[in-house]
Design a protein around this ligand. Structure first.
Ligand code: ZN
Length: 139
């Protein structure tokens, strides 16, 4: 999904995909281009939680893009619940507050106005559990 502000080439071959704006590595790249000196998404999340202005802006940028994308997807396919997993989803309020604000601001149609966005209960392990289930139970 292409998002506002997305201008970088994506690994899928497209340009400006959500992945290029809101992923951990993309957020680290953006923060480093704005003077932040860390190296990982975990470090970026910790810096944002500690009040680093650039790190907070990076997570605000990522969260806003995620919220916009989720609201758009919800309007397209009429879902009430979006679950976000992966390591970067553990970034806490610096990511989740702007994400929820953007989703609420952009999910305006009555059929998506009850959209909820929540972190995956399995956290970063969700993909591994899913892969294990697929291996055991098949598709
Ligand atoms: Zn892409």
């Amino acid at each position: 999904m292409v998002v506002p502000g997305g201008t970088e080439p994506c690994t899928c071959g497209g340009i400006g995909c959500l992945e290029t704006v809101a992923s951990g590595p993309a957020s680290v790249r953006w923060a480093r281009s704005h003077g932040w000196r860390g190296a990982t998404g975990v470090e970026l999340a910790k810096a944002a939680a500690d009040g680093d202005a650039v790190a907070m802006a990076a997570l605000d940028r990522a969260g806003t893009a995620l919220g916009q994308a989720i609201a758009s997807a919800a309007a397209l396919i009429d879902v009430d619940l979006a679950v976000i997993g992966g390591g970067f989803a553990q970034a806490g309020p610096p990511l989740w507050d702007p994400l929820r604000r953007a989703a609420e601001r952009h999910a305006r149609w009555s059929f998506v106005s009850n959209l909820r966005v929540v972190p995956a209960e399995l956290g970063a392990a969700g993909t591994l559990v899913g892969a294990g289930g697929l291996a055991i139970y098949g598709s």
